[in-house]
Design a protein around this ligand. Structure first.
Ligand code: FAD
Length: 381
């Protein structure tokens, strides 16, 4: 039987797990449904942003419910950018004159696991291999595809934390309850690996490494196993694009010319390049985020952004805190709290979406330009 406090959270990614923790803490009975298999029984997905940069914005949301320490257990602080030019010296550009300020390189899988464990410990019920395929927004009736066939459920309140390609958003769209705009870049991304060398980091682990190349860009973040995960951003089609490197020789030649320090650092470069998929990058804009005061989108499902500011997950975590404040202020009245959350939060997520697009130009281009170097020299004395 559906009770007033029953909440369904669709999508047990970063946003869904943190949201479930916060709601359970408010005394809600939370059931989380996740398309993937239980991560405790399977291998991590390949080529899907293995690590991410966690900044103060996201840490604050974790700290409020005592999860910052566990999230930071294996984190590697990055205090600045290390620029790799085609020729010449590496150039370290600190993020702040305060040496204690850093962004943290964190394993997405470990963070997701830590949040899932916290949700389970808080009494959240989790159903894996449940793919949402139907939703009646007015009643909260849900339909999932599972390996054992279709399964129905119902909840007083439903959250869509099912990412950029959100099925919950799709259902609201299908019921004529929202409009959406999906703005894909003509750039994609591919992950490559720089393994540990003689058991040590092959590059400085205290920096986010950037190879700015104008039409393309590569970044690398350190991992606790002393490897680096590199993300190469490049157009998806055209003469100079992922599609243009069709043979091992072409891949080797391209890196030798444009990323000359990389081949010696990445012995599996050609294999990685050929095996790992090209991921899409885009911005999701939709309105409204909620319907009937009982179905609400949060995190990437509501406002996915391009990753160049490293703020998508941080922003999703911040959503949870703002929603929590709205629930507090409205005495847990969903029909008031959900519209209030959207009304307050939207302008901030729209701003970060624009900043993330701007930062692409900054990272691939301006960080290497003489004007930028001069400005930084002045700023840092
Ligand atoms: P997701 O992480 O996408 O989770 C959605 C969950 O829903 C998944 O578990 C999925 O399996 C599940 N799901 C999907 N469909 C269904 C369905 N029909 N039924 C049930 N479950 C479903 N952010 C940062 O803050 N810092 C970074 O450094 C950073 N780097 C990034 C680098 C790259 C290359 C990319 C692509 C993104 C990066 N991001 C970064 C953004 C960050 O990954 C996202 O903002 C974040 O994952 C959003 O979390 P989420 O929980 O909203 O969505």
């Amino acid at each position: 039987m559906k009770r007033d406090e029953d909440v369904a959270v669709v999508g047990a990614g970063l946003a869904g797990c943190l949201l479930a923790c916060y709601l359970a803490r408010r005394g809600r009975r939370v059931t989380m449904y996740e398309r993937r298999a239980d991560p405790r029984t399977g291998a991590a997905e390949r080529g899907r942003s293995i690590n991410l940069a966690l900044s103060e914005r996201g840490l604050d949301a974790l700290r409020r419910i005592g999860l910052a320490e566990v999230a930071l257990a294996d984190a590697l602080p990055m205090r600045g950018r290390m620029i790799h030019p085609v020729q010449g010296e590496l150039d370290f550009q600190p993020y702040s004159s305060d040496q204690d300020r850093a962004i943290n390189s964190i394993s997405r899988g470990s963070l997701n696991q830590a949040l899932l464990d916290a949700a389970l410990a808080a009494g959240v019920e989790v159903h894996f291999e449940h793919t949402l395929v139907g939703l009646a927004p007015a009643t909260g009736d849900l339909r999932f595809e599972t390996p054992a066939g279709d399964r129905k459920a119902t909840a007083a309140v439903v959250f869509g934390t099912d990412g950029a390609g959100s099925a919950v958003r799709g259902q609201l769209l299908g019921h004529g309850l929202l409009t959406e705009e999906l703005d894909f870049l003509d750039y994609g991304y591919k992950e490559l690996t720089i393994p540990a060398r003689d058991g040590q980091f092959a590059l400085d682990p205290g920096a986010l490494h950037i190879w700015p190349r104008g039409t393309s860009m590569m970044i690398a973040l350190p991992n606790p196993d002393r490897s680096f995960t590199c993300t190469l951003f490049w157009p998806t089609g055209g003469v100079s694009s992922f599609a243009s490197l069709a043979s091992p020789a072409a891949i080797e030649q391209h890196f030798a010319t444009h990323y000359p320090d990389v081949p010696a650092l990445a012995p599996d470069l050609v294999d990685d390049y050929r095996r790992n998929p090209v991921g899409l990058l885009g911005t999701v804009r939709c309105a409204p985020w909620q319907a009937h005061g009982r179905v609400c989108l949060l995190g990437d499902a509501a406002h996915a952004i391009v990753p160049f500011y490293g703020q998508g997950a941080n922003c999703a975590f911040e959503d949870v805190v703002w929603l929590d404040h709205c629930l507090e202020e409205t005495g847990d009245d969903w029909s008031h709290a959900l519209p209030l959350f959207e009304q307050r939060r939207r302008e901030h997520t729209e701003a970060i979406a624009e900043m993330a697009l701007d930062n692409f130009v900054e990272m691939r281009d301006r960080v290497a330009s003489p004007a930028y170097q001069l400005r930084k020299q002045v700023e840092h004395g």
